[in-house]
Design a protein around this ligand. Structure first.
Ligand code: AMP
Length: 193
């Protein structure tokens, strides 16, 4: 199955993508993780993306599309994948359609995790606190300032994707505010329904 998970920062998208990937035996492709790895490795892409990511802004479409185009055609993604954090703009969604079409592939389902925005800020700041308590390094963009920009980017650029995929008849929406296990169940049911 080829699946896209949509949802604002703090919606639990990453956690659900990881669990679903394990359950379905297909890779989770997180553009955030790929870009953070590029930043750590100081690759040319990482050097371009670093400051924008720290501020909470989206990196340019062509940069992230190039990363995804290469990744989804690798052998481990042959039987499907879960995209987490991509596409985030209509232009990225159109580019994904092109890549898939060119390779004779299609998207099976797009699942949107719906979460009340007011809950998100608390969730993310909590994630940063937990990481620090556990001795891990909190994400540099899990700060209040960067989060506000990330939410704004989501509202302006990513939220319109729900209509884009609804028009194609492949959008499912689930309540992302349920307990984690319940979200996982709803997500799985949405996919097999
Ligand atoms: P995430 O881990 O999905 O929250 O992504 C972290 C950051 O990586 C975002 O705030 C953006 O700066 C960048 N990023 C990840 N995916 C994309 C994307 N599809 N388009 C543009 N920027 C992205």
């Amino acid at each position: 199955m080829r699946i896209v998970l949509l949802g604002p920062p703090g919606s639990g998208k990453g956690t659900q993508a990881t669990r679903l990937a394990q359950r379905l035996g297909i890779p989770e492709l997180s553009t955030g993780d790929m870009l953070r790895a590029a930043v750590s490795a100081e690759t040319p892409i990482g050097r371009k993306a670093k400051a924008m990511m720290e501020r909470g802004e989206l990196v340019p479409d062509e940069l992230v599309v190039a990363v995804v185009a290469e990744r989804i055609l690798r052998p481990d993604a042959k039987n499907g994948f879960i995209l987490d954090g991509f596409p985030r703009t209509i232009a990225q969604a159109a580019a994904l359609d092109d890549i898939l079409l060119t390779n004779g592939l299609n998207l099976d389902c797009v699942v949107e995790l719906k979460v009340d925005e007011e809950v998100l800020l608390g969730r993310i700041l909590n994630r940063a606190k937990e990481a620090t308590t556990n001795g891990q390094t909190a994400r540099v963009d899990d700060t209040e300032g960067a989060l506000r920009i990330r939410l704004d980017e989501y509202r302006r650029q990513t939220a319109p994707l729900a209509d884009y995929y609804r028009a194609k008849g492949i959008l499912k929406s689930i309540d992302g505010l349920q307990p984690v296990n319940k979200v996982a169940t709803s997500l799985f049911e949405a996919l097999v329904a």
